[in-house]
Design a protein around this ligand. Structure first.
Ligand SMILES: [Zn+2]
Ligand SMILES: [Zn+2]
Length: 363
């Protein structure tokens, strides 16, 4: 089948192209019901991505409807509505064999379902086998399309030792920081503090349950302000900014015996000084977190399906695919948190066009 696909020709140059979608053995073609923008897409648009040679399609957060099945697919039928993560581990490389599936060496642009800013998306067989799930009727598409980022954040929260931790600070109020806020509150952390910027994001942090929200734009000396507000210090700091200054600040502000989770990826080669005295004598725990495993996806799926988190506050707007460029421009100008891509096209007929295949009927 043919459909449109947003293709990044070079940094800053996006084009909607007509392409052919054909499922290989074990694969699915999904009609995209809704895709979601992500910081990774924006970074790639701005400066390219080492694992995505140009020209490359964009978009990896999505929910869709099965439009075609490859040979051998038995778990799904045409017309099934699904949620999915865009990647899955290979189960064969050394990290996979050690149980570190989030660090699979074979996850890259070629092996992922990449290109959700499109009418259709091909889902590789190993992803179909492990990370595609039925979408319950009536589930808000904006929630369903957030399975991937929520899986990443579930993986990060699983790495934290939250037992007895009464005060956690999340640095950064972007989509990932906000997802951390909602999960940490759901895990019962008594006080979650957010340090971030931009009113829309800070308001979303409050909606998601943040107990304190500090606007960096209002603070001349954030370190001094935070020390004054919480003289006893922060048990845990989750860094979701991805800049070396933020990594350093996280290590300065965490209290004795505390834990820092570095989630925000800095530019390649970035280094930060380490206060060895603090790490040793204050017994700090410093951790990284990256990507997710299929078991994190199942936890995230459960949270979405049970509608436990008000995730739609992360989605500032939904626009049709034809306006994907405008969505990216708005995000680059800091005018939204996330934007859904794939709303009804104004030019397209608005009548119910989806063929409603009878469900639960054997072929
Ligand atoms: Zn993402
Ligand atoms: Zn692997």
């Amino acid at each position: 089948m043919r459909g449109r696909q947003a293709v990044l020709l070079e940094p800053g140059r996006l084009e909607l192209r007509e392409v052919e979608f054909e499922p290989g053995p074990g694969e699915l073609i999904l009609k995209i019901d809704l895709a979601m923008t992500c910081g990774t897409d924006l970074k790639t648009y701005r400066r390219g991505h080492p694992k995505l040679p140009m020209p490359t399609p964009l978009g990896h957060e999505f929910t869709g409807t099965v439009a075609a099945l490859g040979a051998g697919v038995t778990r799904f039928r045409e017309g099934d509505e699904v949620l999915a993560a865009p990647s899955a581990p290979c189960a064969e490389c050394p990290p996979c064999r050690r149980g570190l599936e989030n660090l699979c060496e074979n996850i890259n642009g070629r092996t992922m379902a990449w290109g959700a800013f499109a009418d259709y998306l091909r889902i590789p067989a190993h992803v179909v086998a492990r990370n595609v799930y039925p979408r319950p009727r009536g589930l808000d598409l904006r929630h369903a399309a957030l399975l991937e980022p929520l899986s990443c954040v579930v993986a990060g929260v699983e790495r934290l030792d939250l037992i007895g931790k009464d005060r956690v600070m999340v640095m950064g109020a972007g989509p990932i920081g906000l997802l951390y806020v909602s999960l940490l509150k759901r895990r019962g952390v008594p006080e979650v503090i957010v340090l971030g910027k931009r009113e829309e994001r800070l308001a979303a942090a409050r909606t998601l349950g943040a107990d304190q929200v500090w606007d960096l734009a209002q603070l001349d000396d954030p370190d001094a302000f935070i020390r004054e507000q919480v003289p006893e210090g922060l048990c845990t700091v989750v860094e979701c900014v991805g800049r070396p200054e933020a990594w350093s600040q996280a290590m300065r502000l965490v209290r004795k015996g505390g834990e820092v989770l570095f989630y925000g990826g800095c530019a390649k080669g970035a280094e930060v000084p380490l206060d060895t005295h603090r790490v040793h004598y204050d017994a700090l725990t410093l951790k990284g977190a990256f990507h997710f495993t299929p078991s994190d996806v199942r936890i995230a799926l459960d949270l979405i399906v049970r509608r436990e988190l008000p995730l739609d506050v992360l989605v500032s707007d939904v626009v049709p695919l034809a306006r994907v460029q405008e969505a990216i421009d708005r995000l680059l100008n800091g005018q939204a948190i996330k934007i859904g891509i794939g709303g009804p096209d104004p030019a397209a007929p608005t009548a119910p066009t989806a063929p409603t295949a009878p469900r639960g009927v054997s072929p």
